[in-house]
Design a protein around this ligand. Sequence first.
Ligand SMILES: O=C(O)CCC(=O)C(=O)O
Ligand SMILES: [Fe+2]
Length: 313
Amino acid sequence: MEQQFANGRRFIELHEATKAPTKFVPQLFMGWRGRQDTNAAVGNDSWEQYLVGVNDGYMDDNKLWLPERILPGFRQSALAFAAKANAVAARILSNFETALQLPSGFFDQHLDLGAEDARTLFGWNYYPAPKSGTPQAHQLRLLPHADTDVITLLFQRPGEPGLEILPGKDAEAHAADDPSGKDVQRLNGAWTGGLPRGDWTRMDPLPGAITLNIGNMLMQLSDGLLHSTYHRVRAPLPGEQLADRNTMVLFVHGRGNAVMQGPKKVYRAQTVADMIAANGNGYEKVKQDKEWQRQAMAFSPQTSIPPSVVEAV
Ligand SMILES: O=C(O)CCC(=O)C(=O)O
Ligand SMILES: [Fe+2]
């Protein structure tokens, strides 16, 4: 894990101009989003992200890898790690097949990284250390959202906290869905569902642990039984160390042509590729909404998930 964090830092530490050719492609959700791009998305200079596809076809067509001479071994190392993480995801998800009434072997097939339309992504988030003396407590490093994928494996590092989830918000958004044309992408608009049931709750990093988020695709596949996790990343609170934060993500999307609909057809049929493309500019629709701003930016007294629950996750 630490080796792969270091691999990502090699990319992050390059000059802006060197990274520029790998600029983010919203349609694919692949590539590099520098501080300027994320500044436009979240309104502060607090986040940088590089996401690579496990499928070289999409990466090569869009020239989203840097040449070997700039980052020797980078690509091979990232893809090897992503494949290992994907095997973990497949093992976890295979346990859901019976309960979700999906055909046996569904996830093995769906998560096949060798498939021509494989769209799973692996990548790094980097949040620089805030400058001392700046009022960080009311700033977010990453705005609230639910991930689009089936599940996310999130790798965090002890000493670099910030992830928070809003329990109950997911369920509310579900209840507020329009029954005539259920579209789980509305979860990215969860603020329409009324007041939050829970408070923003810390999910602090534990040594060696992988954090698992449920994404919108699993919500669709499970006909709403499993709700996607609404989450955000906040800046260090007063009294906390002003550390930078490094995380890695495996966005388990699976195959782009697959339709994400459960046996009861609760949600409208959408392909993985369509759901990814729709998310490319996810924040644009919501940023101006005052009620969303109020809830998304709420900083209530800090609550934490008891350690036993965190370990079970
Ligand atoms: O960096 C984190 O902890 C969260 C990242 C995240 O939510 C994302 O990349 O979708
Ligand atoms: Fe996320």
